[in-house]
Design a protein around this ligand. Structure first.
Ligand code: CA
Length: 230
């Protein structure tokens, strides 16, 4: 049974969605705030799809989206936006959401989108092995255990280094800006210089590259940022 994490602060909408998801055969975890959703996910990181309302009392749905995406590159994420305004959708794209549904929505449309996304997630997780791991070349990322191994040998990483690798892994082959890496690895609330990304990349190269001065995996893309290559 596929599990859906539903995060919506309006009780009437939440119970309506949850009821319909259960009727459609899904297991459902419900949260009334972003913080509660992240706690539920941390305790039981098994959801195929997260349905996140954007407007929430504490941290907003975009922030929840970024943190879930950093923790699990394969989870499907649908944002519930209150308006059909473009800026919200664009911000959603940058935080790693897969799809959007604008309120008010038809339950049939929402279920169809969730079903389509569940199928994509299942295919992606099967391709990646047991669903907990992502293999890229000689590297394997285990995003449940938060570990990385190279040629089957574990690499000691700090939490920050792990978050950066997990983010770049899930966007392999595409340059990522320092700002995007910061936001996804540390969250919206991070205050500091984006030079911290450079410092962590240097340390990662020492740990991961054969020759850190000639990186083959953690590439610098001039004028853009960093990119993972297998
Ligand atoms: Ca709301």
């Amino acid at each position: 049974m596929q599990q859906i994490l539903v995060c919506e602060d309006e009780a009437a909408i939440r119970s309506f969605v949850v009821l319909n998801l259960r009727r459609a055969g899904y297991a459902v975890l419900e949260a009334d705030s972003g913080e509660a959703a992240l706690q539920l996910y941390a305790a039981q990181p098994t959801a195929a799809v997260a349905l996140l309302d954007v407007m929430l009392p504490g941290i907003d749905g975009f922030e929840v989206c970024r943190r879930l995406r950093a923790a699990d590159p394969t989870i499907g994420i649908v944002m519930l936006t209150a308006r059909s305004q473009e800026p919200e959708k664009i911000e959603g794209l940058h935080c790693g959401a897969d799809d959007y549904v604008t309120k008010p929505f038809g339950i049939g449309e929402l279920l169809a989108r969730i079903e389509a996304l569940c199928r994509r997630v299942q295919i992606l997780r099967e391709k990646n092995g047991d669903g907990d791991r992502m293999q890229r070349g000689i590297f394997t990322l285990d995003f449940r255990a938060h570990t990385l191994s190279k040629n089957g040998k574990p690499v000691e990483l700090t939490q920050m280094e792990y978050q950066i690798v997990a983010y770049l892994f899930s966007h392999a082959g595409e340059p990522q800006t320092r700002e995007a890496i910061l936001r996804c690895a540390w969250g919206e609330s991070f205050v500091g210089d984006d030079k911290v990304v450079d410092v962590n990349i240097r340390r990662l190269r020492v740990k991961l590259e054969e020759d850190p001065s000639e990186p083959r995996h953690l590439l610098t893309v001039w004028g853009k940022g960093y990119q993972w290559e297998d």
